[in-house]
Design a protein around this ligand. Sequence first.
Ligand code: GDP
Length: 295
Amino acid sequence: MFDNLTDKLDKAMHVLKGHGSITEVNVADTLKEIRRALVDADVNYKIAKEFTSRAKEKALGQGVLTTLKPGQLLTKIVKDELTELMGGDAIGLNLSGNPTVILMSGLQGSGKTTFSGKLANFLKNKKSKKPLLVACDIYRPAAIDQLHVVGESVGVEVFSNREEKNPVKISEAAIAYAKANGFNAVIIDTAGRLAVDEQMMTEIADVHAAIKPQETLFVVDAMTGQDAVNTAKAFNDRLNFDGVVLTKLDGDTRGGAALSIKTVVNKPIKFIGTGEKMEALDVFYPERMADRILG
Ligand code: GDP
């Protein structure tokens, strides 16, 4: 995960480590290298630029030129800035409501169905919840089958209705079913398209307006870099979602999505997917991720 970025940041800061006398030029050069490393990791240029100017201000303000260990000080500053960039404090799920209703949004292939299963598993085992999974893809029967397979693998019941073609009605019926049968968390997996389109947006916005979920999560493939950020913006404009799930962080990702998404949509990353298995789910902690990035 983010190996390239880790390497480049390490090289950039190497200059300051073990340097006898540090000048403002050294610091500026190092920060320029850091900026380049961020842009190479597919972080939006403006975000990278703002990042390094903030780091520079802090570095000079905190006396990086006079300290005996400028490398250490700069590493700390960069770590703090990376943590902020990814959201600062970790923000968990809002599990209020009985049942708690969680709506998934995102493009087809982003990992919604897989994540729905992982989340059901997480709520069942880590939060002592009794979750119900809901199949709300009215276009692809295979998507309904897939959710049934996922549900079975984690031992969670799946609600579906292959005859009903209105996702609002399916969701409402599922919530009523949950209330009647003692389920206290409802996870609604929705249809996705290969690209943002008006019909999909209207459909999910209608479900969102009708059921008023406690949590609306936007699921996105981290490997798609800046596209992930643009898609996040499109979904957020329509749904004003509560949090982001970054999937496929186990793949060959450069890190751009993780580092840019919070700044662009101002919503926290809540979970990361790190594999295809149902256990491959981590709660997202910005500070731990910053530590990992810095190696
Ligand atoms: P959906 O169309 O949004 O429901 O996406 P799926 O849940 O069907 O996932 C699409 C593909 O991505 C499947 O092959 C999943 O196994 C895979 N996938 C989902 N999450 C992850 C992840 O965190 N890591 C990896 N490596 N693969 C994932």
